[in-house]
Design a protein around this ligand. Structure first.
Ligand code: TRP
Length: 73
């Protein structure tokens, strides 16, 4: 995957969290976005973001295919 590829996250329940983790020696949460059912976030990996954590039920569309995250509720 090239860093210019977009990740599309579609929330399948209310309160899905998309959390960005920092690039570099420290891996920390730097941004958290809440999505409600049907809302979509389009994101990229950047100089500042090396990883993303998705909490809640969502479909995550990447260059490698579609992944379904599960709900904890
Ligand atoms: N300021 C962040 C950055 O440039 C914005 C961002 C990009 C982001 N991709 C993200 C935030 C993914 C959360 C999740 O890296």
């Amino acid at each position: 995957m090239s860093s210019s590829d977009f990740i599309v996250i579609k929330a399948e329940e209310d309160g899905v969290q998309v959390i960005g983790l920092t690039r570099g020696t420290d891996t920390k949460f730097h941004h958290s976005e809440k999505l409600d059912t049907g809302e979509v976030m389009i994101a990229q990996f950047t100089e500042h973001t090396s990883a993303m954590k998705i909490r809640g039920k969502a479909s995550i569309h990447t260059a490698n295919g579609v992944i379904e995250s599960e709900s904890k509720k």
